[in-house]
Ligand binder design. Sequence first.
Ligand SMILES: NC(=O)c1ccc[n+]([C@@H]2O[C@H](COP(=O)([O-])OP(=O)(O)OC[C@H]3O[C@@H](n4cnc5c(N)ncnc54)[C@H](O)[C@@H]3O)[C@@H](O)[C@H]2O)c1
Length: 435
Amino acid sequence: MQITVIGTGYVGLVVGACLAETGNDVACVDVDPAKIEGLQHNILPIYEPGLEDLVARNQKEQRLTFGTDIPTAIRRAEVIFIAVGTPPDEDGSADLRHVLDVAAQIGAHMGRETVIVTKSTVPVGTASKVAAVVGQRAKYPFHMCSNPEFLKEGAAVDDFLKPDRVVLGVESDHARSVMTELYAPFVRTGKPIIFMDIPSAEMTKYAANAMLATRISFMNEIANLCERVGANVDLVRKGIGSDSRIGPSFLFPGPGYGGSCFPKDVKALVRTAQECQVPLGVLEAVERANDRQKGRLYEMLCGALGSDVRGKHIAIWGLAFKPNTDDMREAPALALIDQLLENGATVATHDPAAIEEAKRRLGSSVTYCETNYDALDGADALVVVTDWNAYRHPDFERIKNALRKPIVIDGRNLYDPAKLRALGITYRSIGRERV
Ligand SMILES: NC(=O)c1ccc[n+]([C@@H]2O[C@H](COP(=O)([O-])OP(=O)(O)OC[C@H]3O[C@@H](n4cnc5c(N)ncnc54)[C@H](O)[C@@H]3O)[C@@H](O)[C@H]2O)c1
């Protein structure tokens, strides 16, 4: 099939590469010429396991191309995926500027009957807005489809190739049959394609992210309470996660959720609810709890230091908002670094993948270290923010000897409190010991 993907970021690039992998002829286009030029040379703008191989192979076999000529890419396509960003507007609602820009271009340049797929996360009603804009200029019939994307950064290729489910909001038999054919290779193990009306598909994406964010904030608050009452959140998590009605995923406490999706999607859904005058109090509380949680590592650090951080030098392990990605959008590490710098500390950082991204965001305000142990030199304390595998079994003696004071703040509950205490390390984690 002739596919065009407009917007070649985390989502568009994964979608394009995976659809090429199943034999489609895919054109990925973007307004960012530097990104496209890099991709033409198999230089990826993002770190995502498995993606580079997929891009290189499919580009070599000429099923995947990258370009900035959006009109030509539109003209040829049987299916167009809109995968541009939908950042939060000032009032929290999703900013649809890029989506509607693309819609206008599709209307102007369509060269055949086309299925237009909104892959970006967009509020209910967006597909209708896109259809209205396309329809003003379209010379050919077109069919809208809402196909929310559920991939997880860090496991995006696998998630796309082997999805739990595919959600498709369609209004025509043509869209239904084209999309069924396109997704057939990815659901051969019997995972469902769930067809629905377009508004329900649009809402499904927000409801899924809102539910996941709710679980995280819920567990973070339970963890904070555990510290006060002398309970251990790890045991509580196992105790509740083994209940089949609850399940074990997304129950790990931490320094607050970040990334490109949960914060903005929760905000956008709250905003939609306010516009509709439907109370969404649970979700408003989820957001407030997350904002508070992003201050917890700093509080824990000050508690362990027994003072504020002025003049202190702090080592941070982990900058990406989660492991296996270089994405730092809304990363908890950014909130911590802001607080540290604002209060007069200096910061040395390490991350296995996000250093380039961190340099772009933080410039020379912090130092960047080659290895995680380098970051400890002369530091007054270590804070572990991201649960990269490489941080799971460090040499604690080495940590203790390198730090000026043996203080470890563990934002991901990676280590055994008793073991670190036995080594003489002052150790704080989330929700596991009475504070
Ligand atoms: N990142 C994720 O994990 C994820 C998961 C599911 C859904 N989503 C949703 O997918 C959408 C894209 O997210 P992302 O993380 O890939 O964003 P991104 O910022 O990484 O990529 C967006 C790309 O769109 C390009 N772009 C912007 N305007 C354009 C235009 N007019 N024409 C062509 N290209 C244009 C940008 O240059 C950029 O390369 C968002 O709505 C997001 O909420 C993201």
